[in-house]
Design a protein around this ligand. Structure first.
Ligand SMILES: NC(=O)C1=CN([C@@H]2O[C@H](COP(=O)(O)OP(=O)(O)OC[C@H]3O[C@@H](n4cnc5c(N)ncnc54)[C@H](O)[C@@H]3O)[C@@H](O)[C@H]2O)[C@@H](O)CC1
Ligand SMILES: Nc1ncnc2c1ncn2[C@@H]1O[C@H](COP(=O)(O)OP(=O)(O)O)[C@@H](O)[C@H]1O
Ligand SMILES: [K+]
Length: 515
């Protein structure tokens, strides 16, 4: 699914209004009906108090229009107009008049002495600011946001939590409404997926307001959200007459004394991802544990007992996954430098391979085209230097990816794969995956996909998706705390099977509201 910038959303609205020959308030009415239906389906007329906080722009207009539908269905509502500016939008005013025609009198809030009481049993509709926020809200508006945040009421945000900018970071962390749920129009916003601003967007859902399909299809975007729909077309089915040679030979290089397990995890997941053959290259101390733990995997050893000092082998792998548990001993750094000078095989670099690159910038120019790098935040910082905020991080990551022609997998709650000016945001995975070795499993999966013939970018995007799905499947059985990296490997088969399962359909709302 494409993620539009605020500018593109305004363009989409304008284009749709012209093409469908509707008035802008009809688009607002579509929004209002959908939000009302969402609430009505869940509340079924319950006598709970619904407090609507509406700004004076179109986001506020949405809120005011929702209020009308709620009142017509007998809900107990209180409408508050957060009067932060004189510049009211036309559609806001139109909907305000419709309220007044129905004898609903809003409460105008002009300063912090006029706030209503909010009980934790209430439902708050946050329609103060939408994508039009372009500067920090006034102090009294921030106080109101704080009042909402500390009320413990359930907060439903219209389009996005008020105070979040669509395309830039938040400076004042108090100046954002913390939403329990967001109903976002047509496209989720980038800020929902970034660590600094994602904390305000606990759960989100898309509301289809009928934006023109042609506009959506023809608009190039900087970020795409990756779910099953996007990865399924990349899946390579198995051929009836295939043999193990058809699906490639992967080499996993890593390990040092005390960190042989990392190579076991990566090699095993590489095999489970579907690589035809997997060889592991380790220091000598890894030979026996590796051969014992994973009988399917062939093992080559370095001449040193405890760490890798030379990267030399006689086999011709299709791809090499390198860096897990490797350590950064001087000899290992030298070995990687020498290896990179000659190597032409596609690479997936993780952990200490990334740390060694950060220590030896000169090595970077020797990376083969479209090398995949899978840093966690600390490793990324070593590679890129410090960033000011999430947006700055993404800018730096894109520049790095361009400069060295590499695929950068920025790991996190929503892993973002960056390549060629574009970011692919993953939607699978859960906090149970914040556990030792889960990154090693990801390296193995991506390496295993490249071995089978997936291109580097597709392997990274698909690998991250499968890894997260494995986590989501494993957590069902184990819970968050007991989830281990080995459990991710055990669930990988089911993650593949899950690709072909149909999603459950949401309940349909029969009622078609008209104003
Ligand atoms: N046709 C459309 O454009 C549609 C827009 N929709 C809604 O409209 C929203 C965008 O509406 P608007 O563009 O009117 O913007 P908002 O309602 O987000 O903000 C209102 C106005 O406040 C001003 N403002 C920004 N930051 C401020 C600050 N810190 N203090 C005081 N004033 C500030 C800006 O001039 C802005 O236009 C969307 O988020 C969505 O909820 C929907 O109704 C669907 C259709
Ligand atoms: N809160 C979370 N939600 C979803 N995925 C997560 C979360 N925390 C970690 N992960 C995933 O787990 C993996 C952790 O990788 P990494 O930090 O390299 O672990 P390790 O070095 O122990 O192998 C990454 O793929 C990351 O995206
Ligand atoms: K809002």
């Amino acid at each position: 699914m494409k993620i539009f910038s605020a500018k593109q959303i305004y363009q989409a609205d304008k284009y749709t209004i012209e093409k469908q020959q509707i008035k802008s308030d009809e688009l607002m009415e579509r929004v209002a009906i959908q939000i009302f239906n969402w609430l009505h389906l869940r509340l079924q007329g319950a006598p709970v108090k619904i407090q609507l906080f509406c700004g004076i722009g179109n986001n506020g207009g949405d809120g005011v229009a929702v209020a009308r539908h709620l009142q017509e269905h007998g809900y107990a509502i209180e409408v508050h107009i957060v009067n932060y500016s004189e510049k009211r939008s036309d559609d806001f005013l139109l909907n305000l008049n419709r309220l007044k025609e129905r004898k609903i009198w809003p409460n105008f809030i002009n300063n912090d002495s006029e706030f209503p009481e909010i009980s934790k049993e209430d439902i708050v509709i946050d329609a103060i600011f939408g994508i039009g926020l372009n500067r920090n809200p006034d102090a009294w508006v921030v106080k109101l946001m704080q009042k909402i945040n500390t009320s413990e009421a359930f907060v439903l945000a219209v389009d996005l939590p008020s105070g979040l900018f669509t395309d830039k970071p938040v400076k004042n962390k108090d100046a954002v409404v913390k939403a329990n749920h967001i109903l976002s129009f047509q496209t989720p916003k980038l800020v929902f997926f970034l660590p600094e601003t994602g904390v305000y967007a606990n759960q989100w859902e898309i509301i289809d307001i009928g934006i023109d399909a042609e506009f959506i299809a023809n608009t190039e975007v900087d970020y795409e959200l990756i779910s099953k729909l996007e990865v399924l077309p990349t899946y390579i089915p198995r051929e009836k007459f295939a043999h193990k040679g058809t699906y490639g030979h992967a080499l996993i290089i890593g390990g040092s004394y005390g960190k042989i397990g990392a190579v076991q995890l990566a090699s095993k997941s590489c095999l489970r991802a579907g690589s035809g053959l997997v060889t592991a290259y380790l220091p000598k101390c890894g030979y026996v544990p590796m051969q014992t733990a994973v009988p399917e995997i062939m093992v080559l050893t370095d001449e040193h007992e405890e760490f890798i000092t030379k990267i030399k082998f006689e086999i011709t792998p299709d791809v090499i996954g390198l860096g897990i548990g490797l350590g950064t001993a001087n000899e290992t750094q030298k070995a990687l430098g020498n290896f990179l000078k000659k190597n032409k095989t596609p690479l997936v670099l993780d952990a200490d391979a990334i740390n060694i690159l950060a220590l030896n910038e000169a090595f970077l120019k020797n990376l083969p085209a479209q090398t995949v790098l899978t840093p966690h935040p600390k490793e990324l910082e070593r590679l890129l230097g410090k960033w000011k905020d999430d947006f700055d991080k993404l800018k730096k990551a894109k520049a790095f990816s361009k400069k060295y022609d590499c695929v950068l997998v920025i790991k996190g709650a929503h892993t973002i794969t960056v390549y060629d000016n574009k970011g692919y945001i993953n939607t699978t995975g859960n906090p149970g995956m914040a556990t030792a070795g889960s990154g090693d499993v990801l390296t193995g999966i991506i390496t295993g996909l490249i071995a089978q013939g997936y291109g580097a970018l597709k392997a990274a995007i698909f690998g991250v998706y499968l890894h997260g799905t494995s986590g989501d499947i494993a957590v069902e059985k184990l819970g968050y705390q007991a989830l281990t990296a080995s459990a991710l490997i055990d669930s990988l088969g089911n993650a593949y099977i899950d690709l072909f399962k149909q999603p459950e359909q949401p309940p349909q709302v029969e009622e078609q509201e008209q104003q």
